[in-house]
Design a protein around this ligand. Structure first.
Ligand SMILES: Cc1cc2nc3c(=O)[nH]c(=O)nc-3n(C[C@H](O)[C@H](O)[C@H](O)COP(=O)(O)OP(=O)(O)OC[C@H]3O[C@@H](n4cnc5c(N)ncnc54)[C@H](O)[C@@H]3O)c2cc1C
Length: 412
């Protein structure tokens, strides 16, 4: 797909971004880039990775590059989505990452800009953008994931506070978080979507217990979080008591859109082809066939992403549904990792520094759930596509008009 040339304004923006990056960041070498994440999954390595992400987030903020499209008054650059794409293209050549800091900022930041009070924006946006305060997303519960509106963590008003009791799960990076944004049930006597409140809560207070969960990769990506009589002032409620569902769906929409445009970095079929050439396996017809099929999938994904970007660059409404990208990114990424493991043979059983490419393919293979479940499962995205893109009948919903307390939910 041919990309149009930059306009003079875009070319000047790109040159400015490139010059700033050259002065403030190291170029990728393609050997031991730390931005790929820790190569061994110890607590010390993860702590060090977080310290570097925070440092980079601060550098970006101080340079005015932390949020390209946010208004200047909130610490952003006040630039357009096109300029955000240009910066993303330039930064990809440098060994820097804000990792989950950036992801969390991209979820709660726009929600506060859209639904927050002036006081909430003034208090929270800049420290968040600067990486001084780290955030986590407290949505999923043991009985509420795809059906998020079934949350049962209770929020009870007591004086000027909301008092929280309950459990969250799969909370990415909660162990590093200073603040969380939580979805809780403040009114069980009304239908489930109406009794939900969205609030911000201080994670560094008694009553918040964070228990890391170790994944197959061996990292501590996410956590269980327990709340016991945890207080947050009512001034931290976003959009009012019982009016949390529109904020929640706004956050989920942003999350789905960002996941589908994630690139797989250096884990590319070209790398597998180079390895197969080096080992001589490229001579085997079945190897060539599988590499060819993998290359086609990778190109299809790149072209879908380019179509989405192209629409933004041309000021058109994208004609690719975000769910198509999410499903294809997740499933093709996993197939590519399986192909890499098949080519590696017995070496695929190694990990970390002992493994080819320091275990990056192994990590990708073991992260299947992260890709196909995180940010909404592929099944649920397919349901959405069926309804939105194919016009199929909506799933029957029997819980719309009944009070939450009268619903038959698992565990009750
Ligand atoms: C890497 C990762 C990071 C995450 N980070 C966070 C985080 O920071 N904060 C947070 O709150 N959550 C987080 N999550 C949780 C994530 O949002 C949930 O796992 C997800 O929404 C699915 O919910 P569940 O796990 O409860 O599965 P369930 O909803 O119980 O689903 C179980 C199975 O049933 C299927 N299913 C459910 N409903 C339907 C339906 N209507 N039609 C067809 N199939 C259906 C699902 O597709 C799935 O296969 C994270 C998850 C992962 C993997």
């Amino acid at each position: 797909m041919k990309r149009r040339a930059d306009t003079p304004h875009e070319a000047a923006f790109r040159a400015e971004a490139r010059a700033w990056l050259a002065a403030n960041a190291k170029r990728k070498t393609g050997v031991n880039d730390w931005s790929d994440g820790p190569r061994v999954h110890t607590v010390a390595a993860e702590d060090e990775y977080w310290a570097r992400m925070k440092a980079w987030q601060r550098t970006r903020f101080d340079g005015g590059w932390a949020a390209i499209t946010w208004p200047k008054e909130f610490g952003g650059r006040g630039a357009s989505p096109v300029e955000a794409i240009l910066f993303a293209e330039e930064v990809a050549a440098f060994d820097v990452s804000s990792g989950f800091i950036d992801a969390a900022v991209g979820l709660i930041g726009p929600a506060l800009i859209r639904f927050g009070t002036p006081e909430q924006r003034a208090r929270y946006l800049k420290p968040m953008l600067r990486g001084d305060e780290i955030w986590c997303q407290l949505f999923s519960e043991p009985e509420a994931g795809s059906d998020l509106a079934a949350v049962r963590t209770r929020g009870v008003v007591d004086g000027d506070d909301l008092v929280l009791n309950g459990q969250k799960v799969w909370t990415t990076s909660a162990q590093y978080a200073d603040w969380g944004f939580i979805v809780c049930r403040t009114n069980p006597d009304v239908p489930k979507h109406d009794g939900i409140t969205f609030a911000m809560v201080d994670m560094r207070q008694p009553g918040v217990e964070v228990r890391p969960l170790v994944t197959m990769k061996g990292d501590r990506h996410f956590n269980e979080v327990f709340f016991k009589d945890v207080r947050t002032p009512l001034s931290n409620v976003v959009n009012g008591l019982g009016r949390g569902w529109p904020v929640t769906t706004f956050v989920l929409m942003n999350e789905g859109a960002s996941i589908g445009t994630t690139s797989h970095g250096r884990l590319r079929v070209a790398q597998l082809v180079a390895d197969a050439v080096a080992s001589g396996r490229i001579e085997e017809p079945v190897v060539r066939e599988k590499l060819g099929a993998g290359y086609v999938e990778e190109r299809v994904l790149e072209l879908l992403q380019a179509r989405l970007k192209g629409a933004i660059l041309d000021g058109r409404r994208p004609d690719v549904d975000g769910s198509v990208l999410k499903v294809f990114t997740a499933e093709s990424g996993h197939r590519k990792a399986e192909l890499a493991a098949w080519l590696q043979g017995a070496d695929a059983l190694l990990a970390g520094h002992d493994a080819p490419m320091e275990g990056r393919w192994q990590d990708s293979l073991l992260a299947r759930g992260a890709m196909t479940v995180g940010g909404g499962t592929v099944e649920v995205h397919r349901n959405g596509l069926g309804e939105r893109a194919l016009g199929l009948p909506k799933e029957p919903r029997l819980d719309r008009d009944r009070p939450f307390k009268d619903l038959r939910v698992s565990g009750s």
